[in-house]
Write a new protein. Structure first.
Length: 425
DNA sequence: TCTGGGGTCCTAGGACCC
DNA sequence: TCTGGGGTCCTAGGACCC
């Protein structure tokens, strides 16, 4: 990283809510909430819903009772993922170095231009994203990623939607930092904020001024970096290449409680098939499978149970059938009768990059080749005709445990057949 | 009745080795 | 009564992010 570069954080405003409004314009200007799986919690809110006091993560059944007149949509990740990719592609046209940080945010590393010139570039970026995708973005600029984040918060409140931290003069900058509570800083959550305030550090300006060795000693190297970044010392580099992931997890809460072993097995095998598909899509194989099941922690009147089992695989695998056998064995060892299960999940770890030829001595090479071809064919069919078109019989037909998603929008950009639904609405 | 899902990094402590 | 030191690897748990 050269001294003459700056970071810009491009962030889509109210991302999921904005995606819904792109294809359903009558939603613009309404108090809209997008809900998590099972329509459980609010995970995104339009500006108008925020103004009505709807909080991130609030249970939907409480919110809808408290705040009349809210509109809601179930989450539609296929749609959001596709629009996200469009935004990232456009942003990449404006900078040589880009880090896709989350589904709705990316960091750019830019040459340190004259501020006027830079502002012009970023306004153009914002206009182009708006014109090509319909989505509103805000852009914050700073000498470090942490400052770019803070600048982005300020940009959200400005008509132009672009804000450069360095545009503040020395005194004004200090005054801003004094007004920012530590809990608003990137990397400081509720716990750290509480511990910091106990030590008398309340504002961003106090954290920036704190002794780094003391922070390092009381907390961690991560928070010491954050403090340094607030001073304008860049410690958190841009991550351009997506690192090989370390684990794949697929877990869900059920639409309703499940008691039978058969239903629980259906859910576990469904999650497992999805996880194996993710492994294959990324050219990975797992050495360890971990399974977990749990009862509904919110029901104090029920017997609570959290069970889990880790299984080491004889050789790294991404074969659905082989992993399914391991998952079924794991479930047999942690299933308890009489429990009302609410959630289950599969975690694949010890990931290695395929292809791999070592295998175990007992492995039959020919059989494995056939399995590879089978998995490839299944993935191709499911890609083309929709998830779970071909699936394990043991993963269920009726799926009484399935998710509730009462109000999901069409996948406008990735499914031809759903455009007709959109038209009929 | 209804309360999400999927990740990463850091640290402390135990096991083990020489 | 006294009871090494230093290194690595692994795991669990805590904290954070969106």
């Amino acid at each position: 990283m050269s001294r003459s570069s700056v970071f810009a954080l491009v962030d889509v405003n109210n991302f999921y809510a904005s995606c819904e409004a792109v294809f359903e314009p009558r939603l613009r200007g309404t108090a809209l909430c997008v809900l998590s799986n099972n329509d459980g919690c609010v995970v995104a809110r339009s500006k108008e819903a925020k103004a009505l006091g709807v909080k991130m993560g609030e249970p939907w059944h409480l919110v809808r009772a408290r705040v009349p007149g809210l509109i809601h949509r179930s989450s539609n990740y296929e749609l959001y993922g596709d629009l996200s990719a469009c935004v990232m592609r456009i942003a990449a046209q404006f900078a040589p170095h880009v880090e896709c940080y989350s589904i709705d945010e990316c960091f750019l590393e830019l040459e340190q231009l004259q501020q006027i010139e830079l502002a012009g570039e970023l306004l153009e970026l914002r206009t182009r994203i708006r014109a090509w995708t319909g989505l509103p973005v805000s852009v914050g600029v700073g000498a470090t990623k942490t400052l770019a984040k803070l600048a982005n918060d300020i940009a959200k409140g400005m008509p132009a939607g672009v804000f450069h931290w360095e545009s503040l003069q020395g005194q004004e900058r200090d005054r801003r930092l004094e007004q920012i509570h530590v809990s608003e800083i990137w990397g400081v959550g509720a716990r750290l904020a509480r511990r910091l305030t106990e030590l008398g550090i309340h504002s961003a300006s106090e954290l920036a001024a704190a002794d780094l060795a003391r922070i390092r000693q009381h907390f961690s190297v991560t928070l010491a970096r954050t403090a340094a970044e607030l001073r304008g010392i860049a410690c958190v580099p841009l991550v351009e290449t997506v690192p090989v992931r370390q684990q794949v997890m697929v877990s869900r809460s059920f639409g309703r409680e499940v008691m039978t072993y058969e239903s629980l097995l259906e859910s576990v095998l469904t999650f497992l098939a999805r996880a194996a598909e993710k492994l294959r899509a990324e050219g990975l194989a797992a050495q360890q499978l971990q399974l977990f099941v749990s009862s509904n922690a919110f029901r104090e009147d029920h017997v609570q149970y959290v069970g889990g089992k880790a299984v080491a695989l004889p050789a790294p695998s991404n074969d659905t059938l082989e992993l399914a056998s391991a998952a079924a064995a794991a479930l047999r060892s942690c299933y308890r009768a009489g429990i009302r299960y609410k959630k289950a999940g599969v975690l694949l770890r010890g990931l290695v990059v395929t292809p791999l030829e070592q295998g175990s001595l007992l492995d039959n090479l020919r059989r494995r080749r056939l399995r590879e071809r089978l998995n490839t064919a299944v993935d191709a069919v499911n890609e083309r005709y929709g998830r779970d078109t071909v699936r394990l019989a043991a993963s269920g037909i009726d799926r009484e445990w399935g998710m509730r998603r009462a109000n999901v929008s069409p996948r406008y950009t990735t499914r031809w057949e759903e455009i007709a639904i959109a038209h009929a609405r």
